[in-house]
Ligand binder design. Sequence first.
Ligand code: BGC
Length: 439
Amino acid sequence: MTSDAPDLSWTRRGVMAAAAAVAAATAARAEPAAALPDGFLMGAAVAGHQVEGNNLNSDCWLLEHLQPSPFREKSGDACDHYHRFRDDIALLAGLGLNAFRFSVEWSRVEPEPGEFSNAELEHYRRVAATCREHGVTPVITFNHFTVPRWFAARGGFEDTQSPDLFAKYCERATAAVGEFAGLASTFNEPDLGRVLRAMLPPQMVQGFAPVMAAAAKAAGSGRFSTVQFADPDVIQPQMIAAHQKAYAAIKAGPGSFPVGVSLAIADEQAMGPDSVSERVRRETYGPWLEAVRGTGDYVGVQTYTRNRWDKDGIVPLPPGARLTQTGYEFYPEALEATIRYAHAVTGKPVYVTENGVASEDDRDRVEYIRTALRGVGNCLASGVPVRGYLHWSLLDNFEWVFGFGPKFGLVAVDRATQARQPKPSAVLLGALAKSRRLA
Ligand code: BGC
């Protein structure tokens, strides 16, 4: 369905079935409900490359087509959200959610250096406007990992001109969507490289360099550098400069809304004496938290799990630990700790711009959301300014190197027909948003 009047009959059927399940579970709960502050955003997130489909001009599309590729599957049509955004936004609004986080795809907007596509800018303007038509606040990410292929092939954020190139793109994108935006992130998880280096075995990280070399060859260039696979120590200074320049470009308007950055932050817990956890936190998150403290209206927190550290390094999960489909420990309690940490270091208000769990069994997601939101409520009760919770993700989507296997969605997507089916977790989150409660 791409018409202006979306057919939501399948949605209503799905919602009614799921609502019955959630109502039964909610009735059984006796805990006091925490009321949400005015203006609190309660919604769901997606990212361009993971849902739009056919993101042909991006660095990731090239990586997916390498042989061998670091990606298990190709993104292909993904969720065809590029054409179905109206239905998806109507679905989100129909559930009761009031915010939608999506990214503008730089590689569509600027397919060649300096050549901006008015048609693509207009597309994202329509996405943002459609949110407003449904009473939904658009939360816009200017970069969610993927960059134009030409940008990666000239060295990505290793290149000293990259901050200006990124800021120019942000200026053009803001001209299109700024009027409608309610909140924006310059970057999604620019700290991911450091996070991966802290968590992954060194031999996996060493595997990134040959992938970049193969991509450079495929791009007919001497270089190729992507946000996910580049050496974080090399790209971090340019990315921080890019954030600062982009912040200024976005704040210049049109529109007036908070601008920050969304950081990947796990709950890094200490085990035993002389744990290295504090050092890991400082080295992994310190530079970006400092950058937001200096330039940013809020800090975006994106949390999935915890890590435990003793004096020698990361402590392996014990046998029998409850794992998610991406191999993380199921640990929704992490969110409370990371919100408190990000706020304490930056002094800024917090928006949870991602939090979720990969599971085939939606009962896991319901449990995860309830526990995570309890943590949000605890933060609010103790005066930490949390202003929103955006669940990852609205849709079962393309989970980067894992392909379509892991299911993060509040809404299932039939890969053959692209039909959407809300899960009980979607109904739960929507019901909480409607009743302005966290439990
Ligand atoms: C990213 C998303 C990703 C999610 C789940 C975050 O690191 O921003 O793009 O799909 O985690 O792994």
